[in-house]
Design a binder for this molecule. Sequence first.
Ligand SMILES: *Cc1c(COP(=O)(O)O)cnc(C)c1O
Length: 461
Amino acid sequence: MSKNKIPYKTYLTEEELPKAWYNIRADMKTDHRPILNPGTLKPVTAEELAPVFCDELVKQELNDKDRFIEIPEEIRNFYKMYRPSPLVRAYCLEEALGTPAKIYYKYEGGNTSGSHKLNSAIAQAYYAKEQGLRGVTTETGAGQWGTAMSMACGYFGLDLKVFMVKVSAQQKPYRKAVMETYGAAVTPSPSDTTEIGRKILAKDPETGGSLGCAISEAVEAAVTTDGYRYVLGSVLNQVLLHQTVIGLEAKTAFEKLGEHPDIVIGCAGGGSNLGGLMGPFMAEKLAGKDAPYFLAVEPASCPTMTRGRFAYDFCDTGMVTPLAKMYTVGAQFIPSSSHAGGLRYHGMSPILSQLYHDGYIDEARSYNQTAVFEAATQFARVEGTLPAPESAHAIRAAIEEALKCKETGEAKTILFGLSGTGYFDMGAYMQYNDGSMTDNIPTDEDLERGFASLPNVPADI
Ligand SMILES: *Cc1c(COP(=O)(O)O)cnc(C)c1O
């Protein structure tokens, strides 16, 4: 077959876009353990979740029966403005590596929010609007999720309050400006607008804030403001569900090409882009058929799957959320402040955690951030696209797998998720470029301190 038979980019027509999301829980042999109320240690009910999340999203969160959940037309219409995302054949990277492997990536950075997060943001805003809510609250650290949510709320005419980790708001003024342009109200966190924020400020007026603290403020603002609910951009089942548009599109594109991936790779922070890319391919494995090798990649400085425990833990640092059974390094674990490469969440999606625990995800691997930025730079120079540091974890793994093929002579087909653009991460690139970026890997003692914060949940629950 001549090399150019497969195009550099494969798109789908509007008719070929997915009409339903794939709910992997319907096919999982062992479902993830239930989410628990931390007070009673009983599974949380829809009633308990109703003051926090939109009703329809609570249903999706708890749905373990329906394999496919229809994507409402209003959401599909919004998707059409920036989807399908391209499936790109990385010919130039293959050539640079001299590998017989075929490398493909699914690029999610081509919208203004710069990442895959918009796929779930628009769905969450839609259901809030449907319910007649006035607005939603959320937190943002690096800013991708807040930006995606501000675009989605701007589109549906919903109010949005974003609690943005104070140091991030100071370091990334342009992110804040994008959110404000789309109509969001951005409050640096901790703030004096919530009780928990005032408490934290009273203790430490100079604090730069943290994601855990911003979550606590956003949840408090949602439950104490009439007509508001809270939204979250990763980890939850509903977010993985919405993100399956990535994998469904990729699968259709591969079918059109008459190809199929042997390896599927994704970076994993809370697990949403990996879960979304991988899910539709995993369906075959769950049905006992031949399936690709699934590889999750995380930073060595926050090694949730590779060195964490599979245990019940809080989903936030403030310990106000329910408990989820997941791979975790402990809700109180704080990655080194020198960590610039994203993916710093302490836990992992309960769905992905269960799939990994049961061996359906074949491997989790971690890399130092300097190795990740080396791959990011190599990729940018040959493929043109500047990757998000998070996505570059997947690039690093794809390059290593392609180099293994070079040694063995195998022409494997590799698919990885390029979850976003690196435009808003130039601070981290500057550190890498001027040689000031360092690698900080937690010691076993550091991890033990995180594990010591795990709540006491009896083993038979
Ligand atoms: C948020 C983000 C991630 C990590 O989140 P997941 O839920 O693990 O996907 C990865 N890549 C990009 C570009 C992000 O913005």
